[in-house]
Design a protein. Structure first.
Length: 145
């Protein structure tokens, strides 16, 4: 995130201080190039904000299922953790939104005679292989109940 901000500043400085942009290039003035670069930067950050990309850690090697995660949004980096005994995992849901780009995992746990629902966890940052491995691991823990 900081690299993107520094890159934005460097690109704007190059556009503003370069002699190349003294005359319009491809019919666009220097100011238009600065506006276009800033608009791309804002759109990219809005896109990342909507996806709510999380650092995500999953482990089911012990007697508990451990999920650790935190949001990569600025100012929202509260670290969270869920630990569920393997026999208490009831089900899970994958909720897709934003044209299928945003994926949230919702976990359900058995608590006494009721079922508790955890808040959604964004798993949008996982690649396809990691996502499939997560689904396989969750399914195997549900089948064991």
């Amino acid at each position: 995130m900081y690299i993107m901000a520094i890159s934005l500043i460097v690109i704007i400085l190059v556009i503003c201080l370069s002699d190349f942009f003294n005359d319009p290039v491809i019919g666009l003035s220097r100011e238009m190039y600065v506006i276009i670069v800033c608009a791309i930067y804002i759109f990219y950050n809005f896109y990342r904000f909507i996806l709510n990309i999380n650092f995500f850690f999953f482990n089911d090697q012990s007697e508990k299922i451990v999920i650790k995660y935190y949001s990569l949004r600025p100012f929202m980096q509260k670290r969270r953790s869920i630990e569920i005994a393997k026999g208490l995992l009831v089900k899970y849901e994958i909720i897709r939104s934003f044209a299928g780009l945003k994926k949230n995992l919702v976990i359900y746990q058995k608590v006494k005679n009721n079922i508790a629902k955890y808040p959604p966890i964004s798993v949008s940052a996982l690649n396809n292989e990691e996502f499939k491995n997560l689904i396989v691991a969750l399914n195997s823990n549900i089948k064991n109940n």
